[in-house]
Design a protein around this ligand. Structure first.
Ligand code: FO1
Length: 320
């Protein structure tokens, strides 16, 4: 039987779980007979650097699925060099956003294809195929959406907040510029509505998942989907595995726990997957109407990712 899995993903957490499914499904998650893996990825982090279009979350998922990601940092390519960045600095460019030589090639090609009139989804598909990715990689939208972060120091561009200021500012509000007039990229609604298993990755609920769900049509498609819908909590033992998810939950007035995350997903998910460290939250999460799966959600390397993906496939679905 061919199983279809769609993962709604941001950067590192989404990439790792998507990699697990690529390892667990036949042929690296390549589409076949209605089955396979589709990753629907946030583009709110996208930015323009040195005249180039950079799509950090798409690239993190793409490089991870291709086995090329820098595992220590979580983003960028392994074995990078920074000759071009040093020269850009010499020429007076701001270089706080670290772009390696090989990574720059991705942005050069993407930008060229966008300027030739290709939509981001087509440019992404051909980049991913060139790097040997078998699964389908889709930006949630081909339109321009930019996450803007409201802080006590003013409203910041996302990468200004995240990289330049090391996500140290308190987040008072988040907006996704352009999202109201955006539309889902080709294939997104079918991937969400027609899949057997829909997975909300352990990505940041506000920085990664919300700008995917808020693209007009996507949340409704998730709500109406015939899939088994599951979310993996990015908060384990009251802390985020990576990044500022805990601080953001707190400053936006939510409980910093898997229960706080579950409350955000009551309308889009049937099953909450929480870590064994949070087993005590099972009953309150069930009280919200979820099924709860308690397991080791800290994925680590490829074996841990594949194990979690197999557990989700076995325990959660698909709906029969
Ligand atoms: N994250 C950083 O913390 N510092 C960087 O210099 C940096 C550069 C960078 C370059 C290309 C790329 O695809 C991602 C990059 N990231 C960097 C990660 C990026 O900021 C992501 O948006 C976040 O990890 C959130 O998902």
């Amino acid at each position: 039987m061919s199983i279809s899995v769609t993962v709604l993903a941001g950067g590192v957490g989404g990439a790792r779980l998507a990699h697990g499914f690529a390892l667990a499904l036949p042929d690296g998650g390549a589409p076949s007979g209605g089955g396979g893996l589709t990753c629907v990825v946030n583009v709110g982090d996208d930015t323009e650097r040195h005249g180039l279009h950079v799509s950090p979350d798409l690239d993190t998922v793409m490089y991870t699925l291709a086995g090329l990601n820098d595992e220590e940092r979580g983003w960028g390519l392994t074995g990078e060099s920074y000759t071009t960045l040093a020269q850009l600095e010499r020429l007076g460019e701001d270089t706080w956003f670290t772009l390696g030589d090989k990574d720059l090639a991705t942005h050069v090609v993407r930008t060229a294809r966008l300027r030739d009139g290709q939509p981001l989804s087509a440019a992404t598909g051909s980049l991913a195929a060139s790097l040997g990715v078998r699964a389908r990689l889709l930006p949630v939208t081909d339109d321009r959406v930019r996450t803007r972060v409201s802080t006590p120091s003013g409203t910041l561009d996302f990468q200004e907040y995240f990289v330049r200021r090391q996500h140290a500012d308190a987040v008072l509000d988040l907006t996704y510029e352009g999202i109201g007039t955006s539309g889902p990229a080709p294939g997104v609604l079918d991937a969400v509505g027609g899949t057997d298993l829909l997975v909300v990755a352990p990505s940041n609920p506000f920085l990664s998942v919300e700008p995917v769900l808020t693209v007009p049509g996507v949340r409704d498609a998730v709500r109406a989907s015939r899939a088994r819908r599951v979310a993996v909590s990015p908060i384990v033992g009251g802390r985020a595995l990576k990044g500022p998810a805990a601080q953001i939950l707190e400053t936006l007035g939510h409980e910093v726990s898997a229960l706080g995350v579950a409350r955000l997903y009551t309308d889009v998910v049937d099953v909450m997957v929480i870590d064994t460290a949070d087993a005590a939250l099972t009953a309150p999460i069930e009280d919200l109407g979820f099924e709860v799966l308690v397991t080791d959600t800290v994925m680590g390397g490829p074996d841990g990712r594949a194990r979690l993906a197999r557990e989700l496939l076995a325990a959660v679905g698909p709906r029969t």
